[in-house]
Design a protein around this ligand. Sequence first.
Ligand SMILES: C[S@@+](CC[C@H](N)C(=O)[O-])C[C@H]1O[C@@H](n2cnc3c(N)ncnc32)[C@H](O)[C@@H]1O
Length: 178
Amino acid sequence: MLDLFLIIWIILLVFGLITFIYGFPAMIKVGPIPTSKKGTEKAVALADIKPGENFYELGCGEGRVLVKTVEKYDCFGVGYELVIPYYLLAKLRARLSKKSKNINVRCQNFFKADLRDADVIFCFLTPGLMQKLGKYFQEQELKKGVRIVSYAFKIRNLEPERIIKHSKENWNIYMYRL
Ligand SMILES: C[S@@+](CC[C@H](N)C(=O)[O-])C[C@H]1O[C@@H](n2cnc3c(N)ncnc32)[C@H](O)[C@@H]1O
């Protein structure tokens, strides 16, 4: 019994250390700040996702938005996350979902992602990353009519089709259609 507790303690300690080592730099750079539940729901609803469409989340964190969206809209979800502990949590959350077969979590830099299949792309990042992503989107062969939803930050040089305010945080949500 004591051995089992010791093993659990060691696992938690190792996991905590990994989280700190890998997570801390990214927390400073991008922030692990999960979007508020209501804000996320509003943002995703803007894209008007249809069953069977492909929803991509760039920087999916611990996977809450990704999994909830797939479950709610009966779509397919692909999430990209670089920070290993978040990626593992997202993977676990996806595995436990009743729609697990429709969810794919990748531990990969989203600037190397193949987005040709995406119908909807969701991101909650930083102004700098959104600017880079704007360029990246323009260089990619994206589907005609792909909807891009950005929580909080604009994509420079692109005209949003809709902007709504999320009153709680006083942030805007932007929806683009390419
Ligand atoms: C502000 S969090 C948002 C998490 C989640 N989308 C949500 O709304 O709750 C941004 C996430 O993007 C991830 N990220 C930042 N740059 C990335 C990159 N180039 N490739 C993959 N993930 C990245 C960060 O590790 C972080 O988990």
